[in-house]
Write a new protein. Sequence first.
Length: 439
Amino acid sequence: MSELRSRFFSVSIMEDNKHFLFNLFGIKIKLKIHHNIKKYRNKIQQIENELKNKNGKINITFMVSVVSMFPARAFLDYLLKMQRGGVEQYNIKILIIPDFRFGEEEAKKLYNDCYKELSEIYGNEIIIKSPPENDNLNIKEFTDILFCSLPYDVSHPKYTIINIINSKILPVHINYSYMVTKYGKKLFKSEIFSLFWRVYSENKNIQESILKYSKLTDTNCPVLGYSKMDTYKSETYSNKRKKIIISPHHSIKGGFNKIIQLSNFIKYSDFFLELPDLFPNIDFIFRPHPALFIALKQNKFWGKEKVENYINTLMSKKNVIYSSEGNYFEIFAQSDGIINDCTSFLAEYFYTGKPQCYMLKTPKTITDTFTQTGINCLNHCYKAYNKNQIIDFINNVIINNNDYMKKERIKFAEEEIMINYPNSSEAIFKNLEFIINRK
């Protein structure tokens, strides 16, 4: 913490690098620092110029805190494939950091789950761990370009966007969710978004929104598609039984998201327990947002015991599969449809070509909450405002195969959602090639 001090007055920059702490006669006042964005963008340009002249390989690191929120994973896989094919211009690391948004206990659990799943896939050689308790890492030793998984500062102060730039590292962002709600406006207006070296946008509408609310330009925010879905394989499964994903969002009123309250889980929680008995010939894959039960475990909601009892009751049903792994593409491919109120799944499920039933509170929710991209998606979904409409979706669309939206849905997905699919990662590589493959 840097400090200016006199006998009666002191001002210091706090460790998060985002606030001043004023101390006047013992009265402490915390004020947010408004950084000079132009100054930092000039600094980013200097770092880029230095990297162009660097001797040796470029170090590319992928920072991850929650394994299911790893949007650059497909690009990591693409780089590893290129490396195995003889491309040797870069070194690759995965940096696992703790996410402190949900408290220390959950931070440790998410951290350990993330390490376990990624180490099983990629081995330990390329993984670097940033412990929740303390972190003595010098990230600059193994990083020139950093793919940040979230557009928030969620971990140790050294991993704030300002400290990353001050460490002479170029920060890159791929949206962890296909931005379909007006919550994106808040993110795009944030200081963090304007300080990314590159942001790769999903489609033209989202790019226009980013450019409108941030300080980015179309040069450092090109439309290259949603690379997160590049590794999705829509292979056909010959299911003997129909499979439906149920995926409730975490945004319950009073929960972690103060801007949108899309989640209908409280309303339908008992109904979700009834569905497996109502449709014994269907397998239900229950896939909640990772933060849903973290929120409900709080005493102001259900508490830990009720959450555990609910999950146990759900898993006791013979035709229910509980899904919590980071990679959910396999259940996408296996499923025949989805019932959800998540934000990212709304767009992502279009890559499957299969029908979805989107749960909404009222028709007004659509215009109040969603962007034009989100509204366009919902126009190609079956919508439910009550449990009878959910049952109708299961009976008519899934069981009786009366999917009358299919043709227009697939056409819409190919034209407006699946930009560059499945080659978005290749497009990102070409965008970065001038600095990775320096001549």
